[in-house]
Design a binder for this molecule. Structure first.
Ligand code: DON
Length: 574
């Protein structure tokens, strides 16, 4: 890296530090520390995604002269085809963008929204009890998708290539098929009963006898190829209007759902300011509402900033991280929802003063029972979604977390479209203080309303230390925030990309008041030490998450891309 670039960066970082000292603001929107360093280029591209064919689709764009934003479209669209359990045209998500030319950080909110006919109590029976599976299965569980609109928006406003080019690999994969791999086969086996209830989904994912296809069997999706082609040729209109829209609305309504043509026509992605915080000199850029990810991540980091974590004993260190998680998830449950519908004390929740207040209730030797924190009532006491991280040679970055919610979404594929419907309506709080599929609780802030976007936990993030940066994110429902928090701490403590994605995880989400952990996350002395403090520990029956990380060291120019060993993805550096 040329010397003048380093100098510019150092000057930029100093200026940013000065700005921080004078404003005292944490969580306010500020330019990246090295904004002046518009010339910072990575000289290499990198892509980490949940499946090799999707990472390759992105690479194809970079090699054609496309940028990170074009590659993000190609990766996302390919994932819609080859990882249909996790995201797709019938879903939505959040794309965090960093444009190197001017240092801008942008969040593209492509979250699904409730149809106009949705109502607060639509999943409750006459007695006010949530109806089992009503918000997770079938057409009524589906909100209006955002991902196709995001493709058009990214291509028009940020990309260099046409949609016809960036969607070409996905169209090819859908038409020609791809060989069934173990993880997808497992998901098909797990959801077979549900897939059997949708003739179209069964046609694509099951054998003609309704069985689970063999490993290596070609999964072809000709209807999805046609829908992708409509998008490629007409842009978002090809999905939200005309033949595809009519088929979608007819299919959803035939399944008891509420969509109208107007719902589709009126869907728009929204550019929002990402949330920005600082932790030990690193700049944290993350998703803003309607995702709770950034608020909770910055809230937790602000709490932890008051301790010298690296020099604490390991039990105390993990105890403090758990206590920070618990408080951040409590705030999620109490305060957060769609910013276009509710007001939220975001500046407060992400401020240092607030964190200092939170710290005052933390004891170094004792777990705080969740019930002792003012919040929602404790309820009785729940993988899918996908994340892509992209860096191009110019230094543009994308962290995209996209979803159809649970495995195969609502399990419902609409005839003639190849589109699997999401079941993201379940991310609303169906009833105050009643847990959703991820055990998350909420209140009126996240109640259902027409056109409202349900609160998400997706946490696509950029962590910039001034010496290097990391692009990070993961699926995992409520576990996403705690994973990104641990990944951030790991990065700041010097771990490399492969070690960050592999590191065993632990999680506390306020309610239930339990610390869940993966095998290996705690040593035997840590288990007994944490238990002695009053933590209720539960070793998870399986591991969680599918994290995709890219790290970039500015001084050496070294770029690493790593995909979670829990999944079948791949990180590629070009
Ligand atoms: O937006 C959310 O928080 C959820 N719909 C994400 C779902 C998810 O990550 C499923 N994961 N494994």
């Amino acid at each position: 890296m040329p010397k003048h670039v380093l100098t510019l960066r150092t000057a930029g970082a100093l200026l940013a530090m000065l700005a921080l000292l004078t404003s005292g603001a944490v969580g306010a929107d500020q330019p990246r520390a090295d904004k002046g360093d518009a010339v910072r280029a990575a000289h290499r591209g990198a892509i980490a995604s949940a499946y090799p064919l999707a990472s390759q689709a992105g690479q194809e764009m970079l090699s054609k002269g496309g940028n990170a934003f074009d590659a993000a479209i190609a990766v996302s669209a390919a994932l819609a085809v080859v990882e249909p359990t996790s995201s797709g045209l019938g879903g939505g998500g959040f794309y965090l963008l960093h444009r190197s030319a001017d240092g801008a950080d942008i969040m593209l909110d492509a979250r699904e929204k409730a149809p106009a006919a949705a109502s607060r109590d639509m999943y409750l029976d006459a007695a006010g009890t949530p109806i089992a599976r009503a918000s997770t299965e079938g057409a009524r569980a589906a909100a209006i998708p955002g991902e196709p609109a995001a493709f058009e928006y990214l291509a028009e406003h940020y990309g260099k290539l046409s949609l016809a080019v960036s969607l070409a690999p996905a169209i090819r994969l859908a038409r020609e098929g791809f060989p069934l791999y173990a993880r997808l086969q497992g998901a098909i086996r797990y959801k077979r009963e549900q897939l059997l209830r949708s003739a179209e989904a069964a046609k694509v994912f099951l054998t003609s006898e309704g069985g689970v296809p063999e490993l290596g069997a070609l999964i072809r999706q000709p209807d999805l190829a046609r829908t992708l082609e409509a998008l490629a040729q007409q842009g978002a209109r090809g999905f939200y209007r005309g033949r595809v829209a009519e088929d979608l609305v007819a299919g959803v309504r035939a399944g008891g759902g509420l969509w109208t043509l107007a719902d589709l026509e009126h869907y728009r992605v929204i550019e929002r300011k990402p949330l920005v915080g600082h932790y030990h000199g690193a700049r944290i850029v993350s998703a803003s509402p309607p995702s709770s990810g950034g608020v909770a991540l910055i809230d937790a980091l602000n709490i932890l900033a008051g301790y010298d974590l690296e020099h604490q004993g390991t039990v105390t260190r993990k105890h403090l991280i758990i206590e920070a998680m618990q408080r951040a998830y409590r705030d999620r449950a109490v305060y957060l929802g769609d910013p276009d519908f509710v007001t939220m004390p975001l500046a407060q929740l992400t401020s240092e003063d607030y964190a200092a207040g939170q710290r005052s209730s933390i004891r170094l030797d004792r777990a705080m029972p969740s019930a002792a924190l003012p919040g929602v009532e404790p309820p009785a006491s729940g993988m899918h979604t996908t994340h892509l991280s992209v860096l191009d040679a110019a230094g543009n970055e994308v962290a995209g977390t996209i979803s159809i919610n649970l495995f195969f979404g609502s399990g419902n594929m609409i005839p003639r479209t190849g589109v699997l419907l999401n079941d993201t309506m379940d991310d609303f709080s169906l009833k105050p203080n009643t847990p959703n599929a991820f055990g998350l609780v909420g209140n009126e802030q996240n109640a259902i309303a027409p056109g409202k976007r349900p609160l998400s936990s997706m946490t696509p993030s950029f962590i910039d230390t001034g010496k290097g940066s990391m692009i990070i994110g993961s699926p995992g429902g409520s576990y996403i925030i705690s994973m990104v928090l641990l990944g951030t701490l790991d990065y700041l403590e010097g771990m490399d990309a492969a070690a960050i994605v592999a590191d065993p995880r632990f999680h506390h989400q306020y309610l239930p008041d339990v610390v869940e952990y993966e095998k290996g996350a705690f040593s035997a002395p840590e288990v007994s030490g944490l238990q002695a403090m009053g933590h209720r520990l539960e070793e998870g029956s399986r591991r969680w998450g599918n994290m995709e990380v890219i790290t970039w060291d500015f001084a050496s120019g070294k770029v690493e891309a790593a995909s979670d060993p829990r999944g079948e993805g791949v990180g590629l550096v070009y």
